[in-house]
Ligand binder design. Structure first.
Ligand code: XMP
Length: 516
C-alpha cells in the first residue's frame, strides 16, 4: 500500500487544496470530515501523518468541532492549519482567545527559530509572505511547543513540538498566495512524516487497471462518451483494462460544437478501435426543446432526454452489468456544512443519475480519487493526444445553455459558426492553454447595423473567456484590444446572422461561467 496522509476537514473553503498539495508532493491523501472521523477510521486509513484543516468555527465557542482526542497519543505527526492549529492548541492545554486584530489576506511572518517545516526555504531572521484568514488568536501554547514564526497579529504564527512531531501554522500554506507554502507541506510529508513520495500517475494507472479488472470480471460495461476530458480518459483506461468488454455510447445531442461529433467518433472508433455506438439524436433533442426558454427547464429536458436515449442504446447492445462514469474527487468529498440544510441549487447539472438503479447496473468510477488536473496527467500517461487532454471543459447541455431565450436549428448553426471562429482566433493567438474556458453566446437580441450600403438587423454575439483553476471561481480574461477588434471583424464578416459582438467582463462570483 502507498504512503498516505489523512486530512481532517473542519470546513475550510480550501481544504481540497491541501490534498492537492500533498499529492503534488508525491503522497496519496484523502479528506475525511471531522464529524465522521474516529480513532478507528484513522487506524484503518493507516496514514503516515495527519493534517487538520482550517474552518469557519471559533475554538472559543462551546461545542465547536474538535479532532478526536486520541489522535494526539497515536504517535502520528500532526500539522494543524489555521483552525486546525487552534484546536490542536486548545486540546493540548494551550489558550485560544477572540482577537480584535483579525488578519485576512496577504500578511508577513518573521521567522524566529529553525523548524523542520522551513528546511531549505525559510531562514531565521527572514520575513516571509503568507495568506492569513483568522479571527481568533492563540494566547498560550501547550507545553512542549515553541514559536518558530510570529506576525503582527499572531505571536504564534507557526509553532513546533519537535519531540511529538506536532506543528501548527496560523496561515494557509495550501494557497498560492503563500509562495513557499507547497514546500512547507512537502517538508511536513517528507521530512516530518518520513514519506518518500511513492505516488505517481504511472502507479495510479497500473493499480486502477487492476482494480477495474477485479471489479468487472467478465461482465459488460457501457460508458457514456461525451468527448470531454473525463469521459475520454475513463474510456481509454477501461479499454486498456477490459478491451472488448467495453462499449461506449456517444449521444449526439445536436448541441455539440462544430465538427465535434465527427472528431470524437473518429478518434475513439478509428484510432483506439473502441466499440462505439454513435447515436444521432439531434432532432429529438431540438424538438423537445422547442419553445422552451427557461434555463432550468432546458437543462431538465436535456438531462431526461439524454437518459432516455442512453437507456435505449444500452438495451440495443443487450444491456450491461456496469456503467462507467467520470466522477471526480471533488464530487465525492462529503463537504462539511456549518449552516445546515441543503445548499441552493444554482444550476441542475447534467448526468445519468437514476439510470444505474433503473437498469440494475453497478457503477465503475475509476477517477473517483482524482482532481481535474490529475485527470489530465493520467490522460497523458494513457497516451491521449494533447488536443483531447488539454480541451476546455464543455457542459453536458452544450450549446443549448449558450442560447438564452430558446433553441432553434438556425440559432444553433449561427452560434456554432461564431464559436468556431472564436476558438480558432484564440488558438492562433497562442492563448488556448492559458484560458481555462472560452465560448460564444448568441443573445436573443437583434440590433441595427450597416454593412456595405445596406441596413442589417441581426443578432448580438457575446464572447466569454475566463481563467480559473477548478471552475468554482473565475476571472474574466483580459484580452488585448487588438485581439478583440480582429475577432469582432472576423465574426461579423464570416458568420451570417451576427452584426454585433460584445465581450463579457464578469467574473465568478458574481456571474457564473455559463450564461444559463
Ligand atoms: P458555471 O456556469 O456553473 O460552470 O459557473 C462551471 C463549470 O461547469 C460547467 N458546467 C457543466 N458541466 N454539466 C457539465 O458537465 C453541466 O450541466 C454543466 N453546467 C456548467 C461549465 O461549462 C464550467 O466549466
Amino acid at each position: 500500500m502507498h504512503e498516505r496522509i489523512l486530512i481532517i476537514d473542519f470546513g475550510s473553503q480550501v481544504t481540497q487544496l491541501i490534498a492537492r498539495r500533498v499529492r503534488e508532493s508525491g503522497i496519496y491523501s484523502e479528506i475525511q470530515p471531522f464529524n465522521s472521523v474516529t480513532i478507528e477510521t484513522i487506524r484503518e486509513f493507516n496514514p503516515k501523518g495527519v493534517i487538520l484543516s482550517g474552518g469557519p468555527a471559533s475554538v472559543t465557542a462551546t461545542d465547536t468541532p474538535r479532532a478526536p482526542d486520541g489522535l494526539f497519543t497515536m504517535g502520528l505527526p500532526v500539522l494543524g492549519i489555521c483552525y486546525g492549529e487552534q484546536t490542536m492548541c486548545a486540546q493540548l492545554g494551550g489558550k485560544v482567545e477572540e482577537s480584535n486584530h483579525r488578519e485576512f489576506g496577504r500578511a508577513f511572518v518573521n521567522v524566529v527559530d529553525d523548524c523542520e517545516l522551513f528546511h531549505g526555504v525559510w531562514k531565521v531572521g527572514s520575513k516571509e509572505q503568507v495568506w492569513m484568514s483568522h479571527g481568533d488568536k492563540i494566547d498560550a501554547i501547550p507545553d512542549g511547543f515553541r514559536a518558530v514564526a510570529i506576525s503582527d497579529g499572531s505571536p504564534f504564527a507557526a509553532i513546533a513540538n519537535d519531540e511529538k512531531k506536532f506543528y501548527g501554522l496560523q496561515f494557509h500554506p495550501e494557497v498560492v498566495h503563500t509562495p513557499h507554502g507547497a514546500k512547507l507541506i512537502e517538508n511536513f510529508t517528507h521530512r516530518v512524516c518520513g514519506c518518500s513520495g511513492d505516488w505517481t500517475m504511472q502507479s495510479f494507472k497500473d493499480e486502477e487497471i487492476k482494480k477495474v479488472r477485479e471489479q468487472v470480471g467478465d461482465g459488460k460495461v457501457i460508458c457514456g462518451l461525451s468527448g470531454g476530458v473525463d469521459s475520454s480518459v475513463v474510456a481509454v483506461l477501461l479499454h486498456e483494462a477490459i478491451g472488448e468488454q467495453l462499449t461506449c455510447v456517444f449521444v449526439d445531442t445536436g448541441m455539440m460544437r462544430k465538427n465535434e461529433a465527427e472528431e470524437v467518433v473518429s478518434m475513439f472508433r478509428d484510432n483506439y478501435k473502441i466499440k462505439l455506438v454513435h447515436r444521432d439524436a439531434a432532432d429529438l433533442f431540438i424538438d423537445r426543446l422547442e419553445g422552451v426558454s427557461d434555463p432550468e427547464k432546458k437543462r431538465k429536458i436535456i438531462g431526461s432526454t439524454f437518459i432516455d436515449v442512453f437507456e435505449e442504446e444500452a438495451k440495443n447492445i443487450g444491456g450491461a452489468d456496469f456503467l462507467a462514469q467520470g466522477t471526480l474527487y471533488p464530487d465525492v468529498i462529503e463537504s462539511v456544512s456549518f449552516t445546515g440544510g441543503p445548499s441552493v441549487t444554482i444550476k441542475s447539472h447534467h448526468n445519468v443519475g437514476g439510470l444505474p438503479e433503473r437498469m440494475n447496473m453497478q457503477l465503475v468510477e475509476p477517477l473517483r480519487e482524482l482532481f481535474k488536473d490529475e485527470v489530465r496527467i493520467l490522460g497523458r500517461e494513457l497516451g491521449l493526444p494533447e488536443n483531447f487532454v488539454g480541451r476546455h471543459p464543455f457542459p453536458g447541455p452544450g450549446l443549448a445553455i449558450r442560447l438564452p431565450g430558446g433553441v432553434t436549428r438556425e440559432k444553433l448553426e449561427i452560434l456554432r459558426n461564431a464559436d468556431a471562429v472564436y476558438l480558432e482566433e484564440i488558438k492562433n493567438a497562442g492563448l488556448y492553454d492559458i484560458i481555462w474556458q472560452a465560448f460564444a453566446v448568441l443573445l436573443p437580441v437583434q440590433t441595427v447595423g450597416v454593412m456595405g450600403d445596406a441596413r442589417t438587423y441581426d443578432f448580438v454575439c457575446a464572447v466569454r473567456a475566463v481563467t480559473s483553476t477548478d471552475g468554482m471561481t473565475a476571472d474574466f480574461y483580459h484580452f488585448d484590444m487588438e485581439f478583440l477588434a480582429q475577432l469582432s471583424n472576423r465574426i461579423i464578416n464570416e458568420v451570417p446572422g451576427i452584426n454585433r459582438v460584445v465581450y463579457d467582463i464578469t467574473s465568478k462570483p458574481p456571474g457564473t461561467i455559463e450564461w444559463e
